[in-house]
Design a protein around this ligand. Structure first.
Ligand code: 8X3
Length: 243
């Protein structure tokens, strides 16, 4: 049976991806910090829950132990945004936390699981963001963290050009999940809702998961380097159709 690890599997794009990979016949290791959530998800999809904070060396080492030396798919999804303050008012602790998860945490997981992925001729899908493309007002910390994550993708693909492992990236734009904007705004639901105000159909977690699964299930010589995925209503970062 093919195996997959999904980080940040407790909600949103991660949970949707774990469900869709399981539906395709994968045994999914659902990794996240919130144990009740991943245990419920693993029970639902016949997967394995692994409590994992990707900023912890010990947790990530346990995740690597769990896959037992062979892994077909790694979806590096854990991460997120904290705050939307301009640089002049930036909370640098939030920046450090974003870089610790999105960038360094993702590198930690990648490094630990790379031998198992290479052994299986596997694939890594990095879930970055359109925030990795360029800065936007209030986004500097998050954009830096996601651009840093993209740097891992770019270096890794070159470093492993002669190895049997695929290195891919998906960059979602506006996706309405239950937690992304809520986390960004420290639990302020009305501010979170405003992000999607009047947008007829933002992407859903399932829309993104569907593309991740497509990328992961191509033949092993097909490397989809990078996909940008936005709702039709979002022609560009600042060009959003609202009704
Ligand atoms: C999510 C997209 O526009 O909030 O990663 O940076 S955005």
């Amino acid at each position: 049976m093919k195996t997959a690890v999904v980080t940040g599997a407790s909600s949103g794009i991660g949970a949707a991806t774990a469900r869709q990979l399981a539906a395709q016949g994968y045994r999914v290791f659902c990794a996240a910090r919130r144990v009740e959530r991943i245990e419920a998800l693993a029970a639902e999809i016949g997967g394995v829950a692994v409590t994992c904070d990707i900023t912890s060396d010990d947790d990530v080492a346990r995740l690597a132990d769990a896959v037992e030396g062979r892994l077909d798919v790694l979806v590096n999804n854990a991460g997120g945004a904290l705050g939307l303050e301009p640089v002049s008012e930036a909370d640098l602790d939030k920046w450090a936390a974003m870089i610790a998860t999105n960038t360094i945490g993702t590198a930690r997981v990648t490094k630990a699981l790379l031998p198992a992925l290479t052994a299986a001729q596997g694939i890594i899908v990095f879930v970055t963001s359109t925030a990795a493309d360029s800065g936007y007002e209030g986004g500097a910390g998050y954009c830096a963290a996601k651009a840093g994550e993209r740097s891992i993708v770019e270096s890794l693909r070159l470093e492993l050009f002669d190895q049997p492992v695929r290195i891919t990236e998906i960059c979602p734009g506006m996706v309405a999940t239950e937690e992304f904007s809520l986390t960004r705004f420290g639990g302020d639901q009305s501010r979170a809702d405003k992000v999607y105000d009047g947008v007829a159909e933002p992407l859903t977690a399932d829309d993104v998961a569907d593309t991740i699964v497509y990328m992961a299930t191509r033949p092993s010589h097909v490397n989809i380097d990078r996909v940008t995925i936005r709702p039709r209503a979002q022609a560009a970062q600042h060009k959003v159709h609202r009704v």
